[in-house]
Write a protein that binds this ligand. Structure first.
Ligand code: CU
Length: 263
């Protein structure tokens, strides 16, 4: 660990050695949940600052609806590659980097669940900052993705290239996101995904039960209730017509909880 950190710091140069050292001590501490990296955000532009709050000290995979397993940061925020990057040298700068904030890091990220440690790396941007790479692809956020699970940048064409999510092997996924997946709740492993979903009033919400037991999606305020959704079945219900937050759970497994926000 020490050898790798020393090498990383040397490669980047004197200017960020202190930052890199900070990253190293963090990496050796074994805790990655809340990276103490806020100090570097002060001089960054607003979007980059927003993304630096979720710097990918950890890279992992999650199942994204309609896309399969994709690469995300430690907080579940979707990461993209840019087809315009022909090598590990990032070419998205200026206006591009405002729309697609680079996943800046201070040290090589660690591999969380599903990610391959050997595919993780960093690259140096033209301004000297460091950006996380996966399978040599510089990683970016999409500025319109607001929360974990958002994949609004998938297959978007912008800045003379196209943007794609990555599979666990580090290859681009070219599939489009199914248009109906925005209002979908998938039940898997006794969990709702996403556990927090925001839809427009009256939207038809599809519920897919991928478990081998029956579940329900039942609003505490009774504004919606799927009733029993048998294993493997798909049902739908209509979201309430008034704006508001509607916590729900499974009447069979009350510890299963989610929130549907209408707004
Ligand atoms: Cu249940």
């Amino acid at each position: 660990m020490k050898t790798r950190c020393a090498r990383t710091a040397a490669a980047v140069g004197l200017a960020v050695t202190a930052a890199a050292a900070g990253g190293c001590s963090q990496a050796t501490s074994g805790t990655h949940a809340q990276a103490p990296v806020a100090s570097s955000a002060a001089s960054a532009e607003p979007l980059a600052a927003a993304s630096s709050a979720t710097m990918p000290s950890k890279i992992m995979t999650v199942g994204a609806d309609g896309l399969g397993k994709i690469i995300v940061d430690g907080k579940g925020r979707t990461l993209y590659l840019f087809s315009g990057d022909r090598s590990a040298k990032p070419t998205c700068t200026g206006t591009c980097a405002k729309a697609w904030p680079p996943a800046k890091v201070e040290a090589r990220p660690t591999a969380g669940k599903g990610a391959k440690s050997s595919l993780l790396g960093t690259t140096t941007r033209s301004d000297g900052s460091k950006q996380a790479t996966y399978h040599h692809h510089p990683l970016y956020y999409f500025s319109k993705d607001k929360k974990a699970g958002d994949t609004g940048g998938q297959a978007v064409k912008a800045f003379h290239g196209q943007w794609f999510v990555l599979d666990p092997a580090g290859n681009k996924i070219t599939k489009e996101v199914p248009s109906n997946s925005r209002a979908r709740i998938v039940i898997k492993n006794f969990k709702y995904a996403p556990s927090s979903l925001t839809v427009k009033p009256g939207t038809t919400v599809t519920v897919v039960n991928q478990d081998s037991v029956t579940h329900t999606v039942t609003a505490k305020d009774k504004s919606f209730d799927t009733g029993n959704v048998a294993a493997g079945k798909t049902v739908s219900f209509k979201a309430p017509s008034k704006a508001g937050s509607h916590p729900y759970n499974c009447t069979i497994h009350p510890y299963m909880k989610g929130t549907l926000t209408v707004g």
